[in-house]
Design a protein around this ligand. Structure first.
Ligand code: ADP
Ligand code: MG
Length: 238
């Protein structure tokens, strides 16, 4: 049986999609069969970040009852062992798909993949809750700022109460400012294990623009090395 892992945060823009894409490709490189699911139903961009063209069948079609989950799985031959379930970006689909169907829709993926990585919306609204509650294990993604850490902690507390296992947190975009909260202080505040520190790295943003996650785009960059270490850590503890 595979692992259902969500990437979550309190605020938007912390790097959930970037972590989902890179962790997927990194785990694939390490020989694991992975599917990355775009569960950010209103602000979908995972498939773009992973270099995938427009898809004809999306998670929205599955939630609307117009397609099966298997029809929404696309292989990405440019990355080893990696598959994506994209989301629609047009408003028609966005208003018609009910996010509350996500847990039941995504659960069967566990039987086909070693890892199911669920890229979630930020916050605690119903669309975010539905995406997060589709997982069994959680990776919190935060930036080294006090308000970001506080908001991400809130999400972690709610998910723990809901019975999910919090694997730990990723401190992303470290080194962007002189006022960054250091990793040890962040870990003390978060009260969950620090899984990886991902530096602020322009190669990560360049990879995003190219549609090639940095672990493949620039495998020798500091950002890529940090994501590979995160993947190894996730394999050990999940
Ligand atoms: P979220 O999914 O949480 O909203 P994204 O993954 O879309 O956040 O990231 C927001 C932006 O920040 C993207 O342009 C991404 O390329 C950039 N970014 C994320 N992490 C890093 C990093 N460690 N270094 C540099 N840029 C980053
Ligand atoms: Mg995102």
């Amino acid at each position: 049986m595979g692992k259902l892992i969500s990437l979550v945060s309190g605020k938007g823009g912390t790097g959930k999609t970037t972590v989902a894409a890179n962790l997927a490709v990194a785990l694939g490189k390490l020989g694991k069969k992975v599917v990355a699911v775009d569960a950010d139903l209103t602000m979908a961009n995972l498939s773009l970040v992973m270099g995938m063209d427009d898809a004809s069948v999306t998670i929205h079609d599955v939630l609307m009852g117009d397609a099966s989950i298997d029809e929404a799985i696309y292989s990405l031959p440019q990355f080893e062992n990696v598959y994506v379930i994209p989301a629609a970006v047009d408003w028609e689909h966005v208003i018609k798909a009910d996010p509350r169907g996500l847990p039941e829709t995504l659960a069967p993926l566990k039987e086909k993949f070693d890892f199911v990585l669920i890229d979630c919306p930020a916050g605690l609204q119903v669309d975010a809750m539905s995406a997060m509650l589709s997982s069994e294990e959680v990776i919190l993604v935060t930036n080294p700022e006090i308000s970001c850490i506080a908001d991400t902690m809130k999400v972690g507390i709610v998910l723990k109460k809901a019975g999910l296992a919090i694997l730990g947190f990723v401190l992303n975009r470290y080194g962007r400012s002189d006022n960054d909260i250091p990793p040890d202080a962040a870990a003390e505040a978060m009260e969950v294990p620090l899984l990886a520190v991902i530096p602020e790295d322009r190669a990560i943003r360049e990879g995003t623009l190219e549609g090639i996650p940095v672990v493949v785009y620039k495998p020798n960059s500091e950002g890529a090395k940090a994501f590979m270490e995160l993947a190894e850590q996730v394999m050990r503890i999940s």
